[in-house]
Design a protein around this ligand. Structure first.
Ligand code: PMP
Length: 360
C-alpha cells in the first residue's frame, strides 16, 4: 500500500486497509445488488443482515450477557454525556464521577443539569497526568452509578484495571473499547464513539443493562430515551448505515486477529515498544505517570516546543502523520489504536532515535 502513510491521528483514526478496500467496492455495488452500500434502504434485507452481524460479533467478541442491549446511536459520544443522566438521574438523584480529563469534565457539566453530582477524584491540577488508584476515591452510598472515562485520549492515561464499586459502573470507552478484556456484567452502561477502535465517525455504540431501560422519566423526548432505540433495534429512525457497515467489517477483522485477547497482546507489545523508547532517554518525556499509561494514546514531550514542532513536521515528511499533541497540553501524541500497524510503531521508534541524534 505505497500510497498510505502511518496515521497516528487520535480519531477519526486509521482503519484496517482490507476493510477500506472492501468498502470501496461495496459503496459502488453492494453484494451484487446493483445498488451501492450507502444507497440501500436501512430496512432492506441486506442492511438488516449487516446490523445483525455487527451486534452478533460485538456480543461474541465482548462476551456481552443476554440481559444487555446493544444500541447503535447518533449524536456522537458527546450526546451520551447528557443522555445518561437524563435517562438515569432524571428526578435529581445522585451520581459519582471521576474527573480525569476534558471528556469527563464535559460529562460532569451535562450531568449537573439533571442530578446531584459528586466529583470523587480529579487530577486536573496535574494536567490530568494520572488516573486514581482504587483507594483514592469514595463512591457516595446513595449514588446511582460511578462514571469514569476508561482511556483519556488527550493525556494518554488509562485505568490499568477498571474501577471497582458496589454501585454500577458507567464508562466512556470511546478510545479503548475492544482493546483489552472486559467484564461487561460489572457495568450498567458502556458507550463509545466509533471513530477510534470501531469504525468511522457517525455512530455511537451503547451497551446498556436491560433493567435500566425502565428508569427514563416521562418527559424525556422520544429520540433521547434509550428504551425507544432498544425497542426498535436501533431502527426507530434511519440509522447511520455506512458507519454501522464499517463497524461490522472492523469486528470481523478483529475476530481474525484473535479477538480481544489477541488484540490486547498486540496492543501491549506496541505500547511497550514506544514507552521503552521514551524511558530509554531523558530527551523524550511521557506526559502520563507510568502507572496510568495508556496503550492507545502515547503523549510525550521533547526538550523544547520548537523541537516538538520540528519533530512533528519531519516525521510527517517521512510518512509518520498526525503526531501533534492536543492543543490543551501541546507536545506530541501517538495514537496507536487496534488497527494501527505494528510496523508503524517500529518506524516511529527508529525515527525518534534518529531525530534525537541529529538534534541533541
Ligand atoms: N470521549 C472520549 C474519551 C473521546 O476521546 C471523545 C472524542 N475524541 C469523545 C468522548 C467525544 O466524542 P464525539 O466527538 O463522538 O462526541
Amino acid at each position: 500500500m505505497p500510497e498510505r502513510v502511518y496515521n497516528f491521528s487520535p480519531g477519526p483514526a486509521t482503519l484496517p486497509y482490507e476493510v477500506l478496500q472492501q468498502a470501496a467496492k461495496d459503496i459502488v455495488n453492494f453484494q451484487d445488488s446493483g445498488i451501492g452500500l450507502i444507497e440501500i434502504s436501512h430496512r432492506s434485507k441486506q442492511f438488516m443482515a449487516v446490523i445483525e452481524e455487527a451486534e452478533q460479533l460485538l456480543r461474541e467478541l465482548m462476551d456481552i450477557p443476554a440481559n444487555y442491549k446493544v444500541l447503535f446511536l447518533q449524536g456522537g459520544a458527546s450526546s451520551q454525556f447528557f443522555m445518561i443522566p437524563m435517562n438515569l438521574l432524571g428526578d435529581g438523584k445522585k451520581a459519582t464521577y471521576l474527573n480525569t480529563g476534558v471528556w469527563s469534565k464535559k460529562a460532569i457539566k451535562e450531568a449537573n443539569q439533571f442530578g446531584q453530582i459528586e466529583i470523587a477524584y480529579s487530577s486536573e491540577e496535574a494536567k490530568f497526568n494520572r488516573v486514581p488508584a482504587p483507594g483514592e476515591y469514595v463512591v457516595a452510598d446513595d449514588s446511582e452509578y460511578l462514571y469514569f472515562v476508561s482511556n483519556n485520549t488527550i493525556y494518554g492515561t488509562q485505568f490499568p484495571e477498571m474501577p471497582k464499586s458496589e454501585k454500577m459502573l458507567i464508562a466512556d470507552m470511546s478510545s479503548d473499547i475492544l482493546s483489552r478484556k472486559l467484564d461487561v456484567s460489572k457495568f450498567g452502561l458502556i458507550f463509545a464513539g466509533a471513530q477510534k477502535n470501531l469504525g468511522p465517525a457517525g455512530v455511537t455504540l451503547v451497551i446498556i443493562r436491560e433493567d435500566l431501560l425502565e428508569r427514563t422519566p416521562k418527559n424525556v423526548p422520544t429520540m433521547l430515551s434509550y428504551k425507544t432505540h432498544a425497542d426498535n433495534g436501533s431502527m426507530f429512525n434511519t440509522p447511520p448505515t455506512f458507519s454501522i457497515y464499517i463497524v461490522a467489517q472492523v469486528l470481523k477483522w478483529l475476530k481474525a486477529q484473535g479477538g480481544v485477547d489477541g488484540m490486547e497482546k498486540i496492543n501491549r507489545e506496541k505500547a511497550e515498544m514506544l514507552y521503552n523508547a521514551i524511558d530509554s532517554t531523558d530527551y523524550y518525556r511521557g506526559h502520563a505517570e507510568p502507572g496510568s499509561r495508556s496503550m492507545m494514546n502515547v503523549s510525550f514531550n521533547l526538550p523544547t516546543a520548537d523541537l516538538e514542532k520540528k519533530f512533528i513536521a519531519e516525521a510527517a515528511a517521512v510518512g509518520l502523520d498526525g503526531l501533534k499533541g492536543h492543543r490543551s497540553i501541546g507536545g506530541c501524541r501517538a495514537s496507536i489504536y487496534n488497527a494501527f500497524p505494528r510496523e508503524g510503531v517500529v518506524k516511529l521508534v527508529e525515527f525518534m532515535k534518529e531525530f534525537q541524534a541529529k538534534n541533541p
